[in-house]
Ligand binder design. Structure first.
Ligand code: ZN
Length: 255
């Protein structure tokens, strides 16, 4: 095999590993976003229960005030009752007192209900606080793990970029452009091995005279698959492996 093909193969190998690391890196933002969503959902439950709790506290204050106001009215009516001159006026005030006392009873009932549900909301807030704390811890641990995985992948990518820069040095710029164009079209793979006189990537047959040229060590030109346009290379099987090679080639028509 020609030296330049060896270099392209080396590049292909680095690019394949680099593609794998990049694919791994590309899912990290989604994983972090999912963690944030889970945390926010848990926080929303907590906020909701705090909100309900504070609403019941406000209602309670309002009902307490109601009770006080009706009691104040009762006191006023009773004071007035001492000053009235007629029996009718006295009876009318007495009636007002009864009405006000009925209102006090109603307001006290509402207040009691409110206090009972207030205790429920109290418990809900405590439970929500507990589960938010647990979610925070759990998510924090997962975040740490994801971040350390990402740091490792970043490091690996950095190393692969350096390795690639080194490999690319010995490849002429126009050939590199050519390689990259083909790679872009085919999900990152620009090179295909010829096996059983066919392109191992797409299965297209290789013309016999091209195959003969590919077998020679001294060819100076690159040959492409006529169907998928990948750059072709051929590795001569070791002596004695020919029979096995042919047998396996006839089984593997696919790429
Ligand atoms: Zn092909």
């Amino acid at each position: 095999m020609k030296e330049i093909l060896r270099e392209l193969l080396e590049l292909q190998d680095v690019d394949t590993r680099r593609g794998g690391v990049r694919a791994r890196l590309s899912v990290f933002p989604k994983r972090i976003a999912e963690l944030n969503q889970r945390l926010e959902a848990s926080r929303a439950v907590l906020e909701q229960s705090r909100q309900s709790h504070s609403t019941t506290l406000k209602d309670r204050k309002r009902y307490e005030l109601d009770v006080e106001q009706w009691k104040e009215k009762v006191r006023k009516y009773k004071d007035q009752a001492f000053q009235v001159k007629t029996n009718e006026a006295y009876k009318a005030l007495q009636h007002e007192v009864e009405m006000a006392e009925a209102e006090i009873a109603k307001a006290e009932d509402r207040l009691l209900e409110q206090m009972v549900s207030g205790e429920q909301y109290d418990r809900q807030v405590k439970a929500a606080e507990k589960s938010f704390k647990q979610a925070e811890e759990q998510i924090g641990a997962e975040r740490k793990e994801i971040e350390s995985e990402k740091a490792a992948a970043d490091k690996e990518l950095g190393e692969l970029e350096a390795e690639r820069a080194n490999v690319v040095k010995s490849i002429p710029e126009d050939l590199l452009d050519h390689y990259q164009r083909i790679a872009k079209k085919h999900g990152g793979t620009a090179i295909a091995e010829v096996r059983g006189e066919a392109c191992s990537a797409c299965g297209a047959r290789i013309r016999p005279h091209v195959f003969q040229i590919l077998r020679r060590e001294d060819t100076s030109e690159l040959y492409h698959c006529e169907l998928c346009t990948r750059i072709l290379y051929y590795i001569e099987p070791p002596a004695g492996a020919e029979t096995a090679k042919q047998a396996s080639a006839s089984q593997n028509g696919e790429g």
